[in-house]
Design a protein around this ligand. Structure first.
Ligand SMILES: C[S@@+](CC[C@H](N)C(=O)[O-])C[C@H]1O[C@@H](n2cnc3c(N)ncnc32)[C@H](O)[C@@H]1O
Length: 209
């Protein structure tokens, strides 16, 4: 199944494009999806739940960690034209789709980029992610620490994670690092978590995994 490899850099599975319609209360647009990219041919239930949980988004620099074909990045970009939305992924087929989908949807404020291409000095006013939990705990924790550590002081990361894929232990781990974590929605076996930034102390080694 193509999702087994959705975080390959260059998926080898043959391309088979399928267009889907995203219809939310405030925005509606089409997305091309493909094999080798997460949620081929349908909008993921968790992603849909996340998007229905964050009706307003702040201006400024925003981030979608693991953008796939762009559902989250494009929605938040359309919700606030005064934001610039960095859509990052390691899967180049996904990034290509995201860039094309953003253009078609008129989301000119989406920047689809490999993670290393995001300038190091940028701090984020908000992060939105359906994160790649199938990477495994250690890699997922490292990924989240990297990006959540770049939130502005009072900013939030909103994550959607399936309960059976470890949403509650992820929330407990983030809490143990000093983040305030709120479970703002729980539906269809998914949790939407709001993770508040913490000011990191350079001498605090309790943030170790
Ligand atoms: C669960 S999917 C979500 C995709 C999309 N946001 C959606 O909701 O349909 C997670 C995404 O994270 C990407 N990913 C995996 N490792 C990553 C990394 N180190 N940095 C950024 N993205 C990564 C995968 O390629 C995949 O597209």
């Amino acid at each position: 199944m193509s999702q087994d490899h959705y975080f390959s850099r260059d998926p080898t599975v043959a391309s088979r494009s399928k267009t889907i319609q995203v219809t939310l209360p405030d925005v509606s647009f089409e997305l091309d999806t493909d094999r080798g990219v997460f949620a081929h041919g349908h909008l993921d239930i968790g992603t849909d739940l996340l998007l229905r949980t964050v009706p307003t988004v702040p201006p400024g620099e925003l981030l979608d960690v693991g953008c796939g074909y762009g559902a989250i990045a494009i929605t938040v970009a359309l919700r606030n034209p005064d934001a610039r939305v960095w859509a990052v992924d390691v899967n180049r087929r996904a990034l290509d789709l995201c860039a094309r989908n953003a253009e078609r949807a008129g989301a000119v404020n989406v920047v689809a980029a490999e993670p290393d291409a995001v300038p190091g000095g940028i701090k984020f006013a908000a992060i939105y992610s359906n994160p790649p939990v199938r990477l495994g705990k250690e890699a997922l924790h490292e990924l989240l620490l990297t990006w959540i550590g770049r939130l502005e002081p009072d900013a939030l990361a909103t994550l959607v994670v399936q309960r059976h894929l470890g949403s509650d232990s992820l929330a407990a781990w983030l809490t143990s690092l000093g983040h305030r974590v709120e479970r703002v929605r729980s539906r269809f076996g998914y949790r939407v978590l709001e993770v508040h930034a913490v000011a990191a102390s350079p001498h605090d080694d309790s943030r170790a995994r």
